[in-house]
Design a protein around this ligand. Structure first.
Ligand code: BGC
Length: 734
C-alpha cells in the first residue's frame, strides 16, 4: 500500500469502532446495494434504509432525492450510517467526453485525469459519491461492444491511463466534496470473452493474465483505487464473482489491496446460472468466501448469509472484515461528517470551462488515418461550398457514445453546426443526411445527398455507428459500416469531388474498402458533447490532429484477435512468404505455399497498426541513440531520438518506446510498449526525446508465473507507431 496516498488510518480505526456497536443484521445491511427508483422513494426502500438494510443505492442522481435518502439513513436508522451513492460516470456526466477508447487515443494522462476530475465534480454536485470506472479490461476484440469503454489493447498504455482516471475521480483527497470513489473493473478477464460476445466465458492462462490482463489492475490498486468490481465472465471455469484465487490470493494477499470489492449487477445470483452453484444460498456462500464484499442489486447475501453463518459455512470474522472495508470507505470519503450535497456550492454543470476541456479532449482523441494529396486541412477562405453528409453529421445524441445516462444532448455541437459556424457568411454548408440512421438500408435520401455534394468543392461524409451499436451487450459479428452507408459513400465518391470520411464509432470498424476510396479519413470515435466543434477545428486546420490508435484496426473480422504485441510463432509470415489465394496456381502442391502463419484471403498486416496516427506536419525521426550497448540493474540505459518537424505546422507527437526480448525462457511478444510521451514539436524545429530503460521495465512473468528479468539481447525502437522505425540492439547483463 505504500503508493496509496488515499489510505487513511483514522478512517480504519473509526470503522472498527463502529463495527463493535453493530448488530448482525446491521452488519449484513452494509453488504447490500439497492437500485434507485428514478427519483422516487418507495415505502419499501425507505423502510429498508430505516432498518439499516441498505449500504448503497445505485442510479439515483438528483441531489434533492439523494439528500433525502441520506437523511433517512442518517436520521432514521439506528446507527445513522450514510449511503454510498453509485453511478456509472464513465466518460463524463452532463458534459460528455469522448468514449474511453477515444480518450485512450489521446495517450495523454493529463487530459484523461482532467476529464475524470470534471466528471467527478459534476456527478458529486448531484450527490453521487462513487463511480464504476475506470474499466481497465484489456481487449483485442472489436466485436465486443465494451471495447468502447476500454482503454485499448495494451497493458502498459491502459495501466497508465487507468491510473490517471482513478486520480481524476478521486482527486487529491477523498474528503474533498468533488472527489468520488473510483472502481477498477471488471476483475478479471472480461475483455477476453470468446468471440467478442458479452458475458461470455474467457479461457486465459495464468501467464497471460499476469503479463497482459493484470498490470492495469495492479497499477490501479497501487494508486489507491477505492474499490474493485468483479467481472461477469467465467474465468477458466470459475466465474469471477466466485473466484477466490482472483480476489483473495492475488488482489488482497499478493497486491495488498485494502479497499472493498463489489459484485457486478446480480453477478452473484448469476453464479448458479453459470452452473457453478445450485442455488442462491450456495452462490452467497461462494462469493462471500471468495471475497466479494458488497452485492450489487441481487439479494443472495441478504437472504442467505444468516443461515450460512449458523451453519458455519460463512464465518463471522469474514463478515466483520467485509463490513469494515465498506465502512472504511464511508469514513474516508467524509460521509459521516458531510452526508449531504449542496449543489449550489459546485460549479455549474456543463459550464464553459468543462465544455472547453471536453473539446480539447475530443481534439486530442481524433486520429487522422489518411490524408492523401493534403486534402486536409480545408482552407475555408478558399473553399466556400462544403458538403456535410451522413446520418451522424448532425445528430446531437448519437455522437455522445455509450455511457451517457446523465449526458445532456442539448449541449452537443454537431459537425454540421460547427462547420456552419466555421464558414460563417463566407460560404455555405450543404447538409444532407443521406440515410436516416447509420443502420438504414433505404436509399431514399441519396439524391439529396448527391445534390449537396454536387454543389460543393469538398465533401465531408460523417458515417459510422450509432451509440447503441457499441457498449454493454452490444456486440457485432460484422464490424463493417452498418446499413447502406458504404453504398451512399460510393454514390458520392463517383462524383469525383475530394471526399473526407469522418468516422464516429464505438470500436474499430473494418473500413478498408471505404478508406481506399476517399482522400482523407479522420477517426473520431464517439467524441462526446463537443465532438462537432473539435472535428471542425481539425478539418479546417484550427487544431492539429494528434491522436494515435490505442487498438489495432483489422482488415477483416477473421483476423481477430489481431494486436501488435503478438508472438513470433515458429513460422512467422513475411512480405516475401505471404501468398494470396488468388495467386495460387490451380492444383498447386500442398507444400508449395510459404508455409507461414497467415490467412490466404487477407494480407497478414492490420488495416492500421496500434499507435498509428498522422498529423498535418511532416516529422522525421533520427536513428535511436543509446547511452551504451549494455545495461544492468545498476546502470539503466538512456535511449533517445531527435524528431524534426520540417513542416510549417506546430504539432503534438506521441512518441512511443518499444522493446523486444529476443530470447527468453518463455516466448515473448515481438514488440511491447514500454514508454510513451506526448511532445510538442514546433514548425521547422527539432526536439530530443529520451527514455530510461531500467531493469524492471524488462521484467515479465515467466514459466513459474513469478516476475523475472533475464540477461540477454533486446531490441529497442523509438517510433511514431508500432509498425515503424528501425531498432537498435542492447544487452542486459546480470
Ligand atoms: C456493468 C457494470 C456497471 C454496472 C452498474 C453492469 O451491467 O457490467 O460495468 O458498472 O452494470 O450499472
Amino acid at each position: 500500500m505504500s503508493h496509496n496516498t488515499y489510505y487513511d488510518k483514522h478512517a480504519l480505526a473509526r470503522a472498527k469502532d463502529l463495527l463493535a456497536d453493530m448488530t448482525l443484521s446491521e452488519k449484513l445491511g452494509q453488504l447490500n446495494q439497492f437500485s434507485g427508483e428514478d427519483g422516487h422513494i418507495s415505502d419499501h426502500l425507505r423502510a429498508n434504509i430505516q432498518s439499516g438494510n441498505v449500504s448503497s443505492v445505485i442510479n439515483e442522481v438528483d441531489a434533492s432525492v439523494v439528500n433525502e435518502l441520506q437523511r433517512i439513513a442518517v436520521e432514521e436508522s439506528r446507527l445513522g450510517i450514510p449511503l454510498l451513492i453509485g453511478r456509472d460516470v464513465i466518460h463524463g456526466f452532463t458534459t460528455v467526453f469522448p468514449i474511453p477508447l477515444g480518450q485512450a487515443a489521446t495517450w495523454c494522462e493529463q487530459t484523461i485525469e482532467q476529464g475524470a476530475r470534471i466528471a467527478a465534480c459534476e456527478a458529486a454536485s448531484q450527490g453521487v459519491n462513487w463511480t464504476f470506472a475506470p474499466m481497465i479490461d484489456i481487449t483485442r476484440d472489436p466485436r465486443w461492444g465494451r471495447i468502447a469503454e476500454s482503454l485499448g489493447e495494451d497493458p502498459f498504455l491502459c495501466a497508465r491511463l487507468g491510473r490517471a482516471m482513478v486520480t481524476g475521480f478521486q482527486g487529491t483527497d477523498l474528503q474533498d466534496a468533488t472527489s468520488i470513489a473510483a472502481c477498477a473493473k471488471h476483475f478479471a478477464g472480461y475483455g477476453y470473452s470468446e468471440s467478442g460476445r458479452d458475458y461470455h466465458f474467457a479461457n486465459i492462462s495464468e501467464n497471460e493474465l499476469r503479463n497482459t490482463v493484470f498490470p492495469p489492475f495492479k497499477m490501479a490498486a497501487d494508486a489507491g483505487v477505492a474499490t474493485f468490481m468483479t467481472s461477469f465472465s467465467d474465468l477458466n471455469g470459475v466465474p469471477a464473482s466466485g473466484n477466490k484465487w482472483l480476489m483473495d490470493d492475488v488482489l488482497r494477499k499478493e497486491w495488498g489491496f485494502k479497499g472493498f470489492i463489489v459484485s457486478d449487477w446480480a453477478s452473484i445470483e448469476d453464479l448458479s446460472v453459470h452452473g457453478l452453484t445450485e442455488n442462491n444460498a450456495q452462490s452467497a456462500q461462494l462469493a462471500a468466501n471468495a471475497g466479494v464484499d458488497m452485492e450489487m442489486v441481487s439479494r443472495c447475501y441478504a437472504q442467505n448469509i444468516p443461515a450460512l453463518l449458523e451453519a458455519g459455512t460463512v464465518r463471522h470474522s469474514d463478515i466483520d472484515a467485509m463490513v469494515t472495508r465498506i465502512l472504511y470507505l464511508k469514513f474516508a470519503l467524509g460521509l459521516f461528517e458531510n452526508p449531504y450535497t449542496d449543489s449550489s456550492k459546485f460549479p455549474e454543470r456543463a459550464n464553459l470551462e468543462h465544455l472547453e476541456a471536453a473539446k480539447q479532449a475530443a481534439i486530442k482523441s481524433c486520429v487522422l488515418l489518411k490524408n492523401d494529396a493534403h486534402v486536409l486541412p480545408i482552407n475555408t477562405r478558399l473553399t466556400n461550398h462544403i458538403a456535410v453528409i451522413g446520418p451522424l453529421a448532425d445528430d446531437k445524441y448519437e455522437q455522445l457514445g455509450t455511457w451517457i445516462f446523465d449526458g445532456d444532448e442539448r449541449y452537443s455541437i454537431t459537425c454540421a453546426e460547427a462547420m456552419r459556424a466555421k464558414v460563417g457568411n463566407n460560404g455555405h454548408i450543404h447538409y444532407a443526411k443521406g440515410l436516416d440512421t447509420s443502420r438504414t438500408f433505404s436509399n431514399e435520401g441519396f439524391q439529396e445527398a448527391i445534390e449537396a455534394a454536387q454543389q460543393s468543392e469538398v465533401v465531408i461524409m460523417v458515417l459510422g455507428e450509432e451509440s447503441i451499436l457499441s457498449g454493454e451487450a452490444h456486440c457485432r459479428s460484422n464490424i463493417d459500416l452498418p446499413g447502406a452507408q458504404s453504398d451512399l459513400l460510393d454514390e458520392i465518391v463517383a462524383l469525383g469531388k475530394p471526399v473526407v470520411l469522418v468516422v464516429m464509432a464505438g470500436r474499430p470498424l473494418t473500413i478498408g474498402a471505404e478508406t481506399d476510396k476517399v482522400d482523407a479519413v479522420l477517426y473520431a470515435w464517439h467524441p462526446g458533447t463537443m465532438g462537432g466543434s473539435a472535428i471542425a477545428d481539425l478539418l479546417c486546420g484550427d487544431a492539429m490532429p494528434s491522436g494515435k490508435l490505442p487498438v489495432t484496426f483489422p482488415r477483416a473480422v477473421g483476423q481477430i484477435p489481431l494486436y501488435y504485441s503478438q508472438k513470433m510463432s515458429g513460422r512467422p509470415v513475411t512480405q516475401e512468404s505471404f501468398v494470396h489465394q488468388n495467386d495460387i496456381p490451380i492444383r498447386a502442391a500442398q507444400t508449395s505455399l510459404g508455409m507461414a502463419s497467415n490467412h490466404l484471403d487477407v494480407h497478414f498486416s492490420p488495416l492500421y497498426p496500434f499507435g498509428f496516427g498522422l498529423s498535418y506536419a511532416n516529422l522525421q525521426y533520427s536513428e535511436v541513440m543509446l547511452s551504451s550497448q549494455q545495461m544492468s540493474a545498476h546502470e539503466p540505459l538512456n535511449v533517445s531520438v531527435d524528431i524534426s518537424n520540417e513542416s510549417d505546422f506546430d504539432t503534438d507527437e506521441i512518441v512511443q518506446l518499444y522493446i523486444r526480448d529476443l530470447v527468453a525462457s518463455t516466448t515473448r511478444p515481438i514488440k511491447e510498449l514500454k514508454g510513451f510521451r506526448r511532445v510538442h514539436v514546433k514548425a521547422k524545429s527539432k526536439v530530443n526525446v529520451s527514455f530510461e530503460i531500467t531493469e524492471d521495465l524488462l521484467g515479465f512473468y515467466g514459466q513459474h508465473n513469478t516476475r523475472i528479468t533475464e540477461a540477454g539481447k533486446f531490441y529497442v525502437w523509438i517510433a511514431t507507431d508500432s509498425a515503424s522505425g528501425e531498432y537498435k540492439e542492447f544487452s542486459l547483463v546480470k
